[in-house]
Design a protein around this ligand. Sequence first.
Ligand code: GLY
Ligand code: MN
Length: 452
Amino acid sequence: MKISRVLALACFLLAAISVAPATEKQLAADYHARRVALGNALQGGIAVLFAPEEPVLDFDAHRQDSDFYYLTGWDEPGAALMIVGPTPADKERPGQTAHPREYKEILFLPTRNLRLEQYTGAKMDAATPGVTRATGVDNVEPMTSLAADLNKLIADDRRVAINVWTQPHVKAADSLLDFTAATLGTTATEPRDVTTLTMPLRETKDAREIDLLKKASEASIAGQREMMKAVKPGETERTIAGIMTAAWYRNGCERPSYAPIVGTGIDSTILHYSANARTIEDGDVVVVDAACEYSMYASDITRTIPANGHFTARQREIYDVVLGAQKAAIDAFVAGKSKINDFSHRDPDTLDAVAFSYINTHGKDLHGQPLGKYWLHGLGHMVGIDVHDPAQYPAVLKPGMVFTIEPGVYIPEEKLGVRIECDFLVLPDGKLLDLDADLPHTADEVEAAMRN
Ligand code: GLY
Ligand code: MN
């Protein structure tokens, strides 16, 4: 190798190290297995997934598309992934030109933009030395080959034209299919929604995903603990959000999993209040629904605490109803049978119905009415690369799934909202593991954490 090429390679590697994301990756074999599983689900079709472009305002944050990340662990913007599903020979129909295809995967990397790289850091392209190993994908090609490759696959087997799977609402996917149809002299057909195939794959987490989810919970717990020490009358909601954010970064997280919610007094009754614009007052409760992402995997935790360190009798009464509802759901849980997330709270197989029944039969409002009507949302949702990971709800809960149980009671008339939310993993033996077990749960535990 000429000295100038050695220098160029050394400079690239140094640049790559200096911009290397702090995210922990899984094994290349894990991502490969997911791509093969998707290939087998394609019914002989072809999937093309796109990573989002770098934000137009390059100082905005880039977050990889969740499905793209699940399948590749690849963080860089602007790439495309093609998965060619295998077609067994016996599926061939007489009279067609089709021939059996084997599984194939190609990662297409965009042309480098050296000027933009001065703003956002060095990227790889298909010519970068070691790129196949770095990506872990069997084949890496320049993005300019994508349309030609798809054209050839469809020209070889026209049936594939109606069996192309892409992410919905992705402009590049629509443009690719329109262009392919134009080059083949056919009418563009609607692509099929690849997220309907990735969703069931993503529902069950593998061991290394669970490790990352646990780390997200640990960092989020650290943030919630610092929050419990910092809350006091006179402090602002936004300062509390900032204190948690610092703890998340210190504990290795790259971003919040969602806009932090710090709701004091009347704000505690607004489910997704995230303006965080008020000052905490003596006598308030504060609902803090705030957690972070660790290496792209989310945590989702809510605690409700008294501003001055002591729940009033009424606040504690409502707190205990909500905690009791969470415990009732945990006690009723049966792996493979229980379901989660039914807004009606009525489907008897759902944990929602169990929690609703508890809330509606314990405690009363100021008019002597049951509390059920003060709970407005589903009991929980899947958690993974997205804080609300995709699932078909109400979802049957099985080993390997991670989900929240988050009952709440919100009484605006009393400026009193209480939500308690933990993340649970269904273990192989069907038992539930509370990933947030190290965080205070009971009213006494919360008050103790605020003292220490
Ligand atoms: N943590 C927000 C939500 O689950 O809706
Ligand atoms: Mn949640």
